[in-house]
Design a protein around this ligand. Structure first.
Ligand code: HSE
Length: 380
């Protein structure tokens, strides 16, 4: 099979290396799209997408550009030209899922995105298989390697937030702009894509509350240590029958819990479904070769003629009123939360009664503190 690679960064280079190292795959990397002309240092490289789109011998494109545009348009055009698309681009795909999945369905090609969630973990593939046969009750997961790396280094190695973030960037885990990692935006995209596969819908990332770890401070660290907990950033999906709830926020987990044992850049997806009860998928959630391997798995599944074409049955709606937790809130502007507060646990720091995400969002809209930190308290 002739394939083209779009993007030659951390993941793109990993994909190219794996294809070169494994001629037995039967894959020919005929074109590589680079960003600028001067980066086209070998004969199969080009900075002109049309050379790839108009080459009918290319059956699949592997998109590793990242970001929204031009990745979205390139994927759409490739599908319209009858090419399969494999992408690791959760940011783009979570926004354009409905359009791209429909287009792929109509054009009889596969749109595969295993590498978009969980780096090297075969999560999307397994979720898809399970969701075909049984009801998914819930998914909760550490879905961002960078945030997990930072929090793990703070809790286990005493690093500062800035030191740990720098290391995550050097190791190639973080996004170009690490705001998406630490503000929960990357986790939100992965939560939405997982829910799309679990329920055959197209959820809108803008409907999902995303709270991150940017303002995690020594106050939170002390609270966690005193209460034998650690902080992790999680995406949550809960199926309530008629309704589904999605959210992204930091959680304070008990020290002996599964999520507290997920270290470094690892991710962990915990699935609850009708017959399997609980299944956990754990592995490296970010980095060149784990992510590239998931893209290669998608490619090999094309060679086996396995289809991955889904027509979303409609837009998903997020029932924030159906999901509730007790929250830890640190804010200089606590008025907005007054009706939710149960007790004060430190300076400007409070624990709420159990409250729905809807109530939390309403209170957040009235709050003016840009550096507010909120976490859910697990199993409380
Ligand atoms: N920046 C992402 C992460 C890369 O840290 O998880 C993998 O999706």
């Amino acid at each position: 099979m002739n394939v083209a690679l779009l993007g030659y960064g951390v993941v793109g280079k990993g994909v190219a290396n794996l294809i070169e190292k494994h001629p037995e795959y039967g894959v020919h990397l005929t074109r590589i799209l680079v960003h600028r002309k001067e980066q086209a240092v070998s004969v199969n490289m080009t900075d002109d997408i049309n050379e790839i789109l108009n080459d009918s011998s290319i059956e699949a494109v592997m998109e590793c550009i990242g970001g929204d545009e031009p990745a979205h348009t390139y994927c759409l055009n490739a599908i319209q030209k009858g090419k399969h698309v494999i992408t690791a681009n959760k940011k783009m795909l979570s926004v354009h899922y409905d359009e791209l999945a429909r287009c792929a369905y109509e054009n009889h090609v596969s749109l595969r995105f295993s590498a978009s969630c969980g780096g090297g973990i075969p999560w999307i593939r397994n979720l898809e298989e399970i969701a075909k046969k049984e009801t998914i009750y819930s998914v909760e997961g550490i879905m961002n390697g960078t945030s997990n790396y930072i929090l793990d280094k703070i809790f286990r190695k005493g690093r500062t937030f800035e030191e740990a973030l720098r290391e995550a960037q050097e190791l190639g885990y973080a996004e170009k702009d690490p705001s998406d990692d630490i503000d929960g935006i990357d986790t939100r995209a992965k939560t939405v894509l997982s829910a799309n596969i679990a329920f055959q819908k197209a959820f809108d990332p803008n409907d999902v509350l995303a709270l991150g770890i940017r303002y995690f401070s020594n106050e939170e660290y002390k609270y966690c240590i005193n209460n034998r907990r650690v902080c992790v950033l999680k995406g949550i999906i809960q199926n309530h029958g008629e309704k589904v709830s999605l959210a992204v926020l930091p959680f304070f987990e008990e020290m002996h819990s599964l999520f507290a044992s997920v270290h470094e850049n690892y991710n962990c997806f915990l699935l609850n479904s009708e017959t399997r009860k609980q299944l956990a998928f754990i592995g490296e959630g970010a980095g060149r070769y784990p992510t590239a391997s998931n893209m290669i798995d998608d490619l090999l599944s094309l060679l086996r003629n396995e289809e991955f074409r889904y027509l979303p049955s409609g837009k998903g709606s997020n029932a924030e009123e159906a999901l509730s937790y007790r929250f830890y809130i640190r804010s200089k502007d606590n008025k907005a939360f007054e009706s939710l507060i149960e007790k004060e646990v430190g300076e400007d720091t409070y624990i709420t009664r159990a409250a729905s995400l809807k109530k939390l969002r309403e209170a957040l809209e009235r709050n003016n503190d840009k550096e507010i930190f909120i976490a859910g308290i697990s199993h409380d």
